[in-house]
Design a protein around this ligand. Structure first.
Ligand code: FES
Length: 143
């Protein structure tokens, strides 16, 4: 029953031969010429990127539901954009084909180049939207 707990505290002899190895930091002042590099991307007009231009076929178009915008490319490199909200009863247009933007709700169709009404019941054209193409992306300009 004699549990003599002998606690040995080993004092590690700290005889580290720390030689002074400071290499003479050759007083070369190496301040990298941080010539005020302004790298903040200048958000060109806070446009909303819709997607790659490759999504917009020549002679057809692409409907961006979230942005409620339809982008068409009547001829190669010529992009047009219109509201995707039908002027009849505010359905979202459903397709672009054969130069027409078509509304699935009641069958209205609009010219994919101008937004003009081609077939009712809608009587007013789709309003044009402003877009730009930057870095291969279609960007919707702020209204
Ligand atoms: S809402 Fe588009 S045709 Fe009626």
């Amino acid at each position: 029953m004699a549990a003599a707990g002998a606690t040995l505290v080993a004092c590690g002899s700290d005889d580290g031969d720390s030689k002074d190895k400071t290499p003479e930091s050759a007083g070369g002042e190496k301040t990298p010429a941080s010539a005020g590099g302004d790298k903040s991307p200048t958000g060109t007009g806070d446009g909303k990127t819709l997607g790659p231009i490759g999504d917009v076929p020549v002679g057809g178009g692409k409907i961006y539901d979230d942005a409620k915008v339809v982008v068409t490319q009547p001829t190669a490199g010529d992009f047009k954009a219109f509201t995707a909200v039908c002027t009849h009863q505010q359905c979202l247009v459903g397709s672009v084909a054969a130069g027409k933007i078509n509304c699935p709700c009641h069958g209205s169709s609009f010219d994919a180049s101008t937004g003009a009404v081609l077939g009712g019941p809608a009587s007013r054209p789709l309003a044009a939207k402003q877009i730009t193409v930057a870095n291969g992306q279609v960007v919707l300009k702020p209204a």
